[in-house]
Design a protein around this ligand. Sequence first.
Ligand code: ZN
Ligand code: FE
Length: 253
Amino acid sequence: MKVEIIPCLKDNYSYVIIDEKNKKTCVIDPGEPKPIINFLEKNNLKLSFILNTHHHYDHVGGNTELKKKYGAKVIGFAEDFHKIPEMDIKLKDEEIWKKYNFEVKVIHIPGHTLGHICFYFYNDNILFTGDTLFSLGCGRIFEGTYEQMFSSLEKIKKLPSKTKIYCGHEYTLQNSKFCIKYDNKNKSLISKINEINEKIKNNKPTLPSTLKEELRNNIFLRSNNEEIKTNLNIEGSSSLVTFSKLRDLKDNF
Ligand code: ZN
Ligand code: FE
């Protein structure tokens, strides 16, 4: 299985996944149709499935046109059936969907939206996290609660650390500035920031990341760290309180 990163809109990423053996493809979160069509045509591919992590326009904007052009089936979270355009296949939390060489488990991770899911290709150690986990950040809490977002991130933290993380936006550089502000002695973060700057300078995506790197560097996954709590002046607070404080600060960063 091959993953191609397709920049869409201003700073979104869509991903085309290719089953090379069967010459079949899926797209994750097509924010717009054009860049996806261009890629498929250039590589002489058609589209079989459209997978959506959540209902926001910058993640589903390409559904209608791509479905019309290729007859692709739209896959999403059952509870968001009326919010995601053209949904054909409704999946539930923890459900496994298999077709050709694609084998994916749905994990419900509410917080950014109530029906947000991630797609876990467990045989390939690949996770598509939409707007829940970003590299060095996490999504804004629009529909859910702090508790929901916190426990969604805890679910992701339990996956194997070699899992590759593909998220919905190129926010890594901006996120890194927030992380380093409250985690300034984190050596691993400092070297990660050097890598990020190098990639941005060369016009390369900063993704994928790995869960291992995120656990070390992403401040939103480190809300149990005492030094970070001290930097926030909330020594002795719970991880949830620390996470909520970080989320509030980041909203106004
Ligand atoms: Zn979103
Ligand atoms: Fe988004």
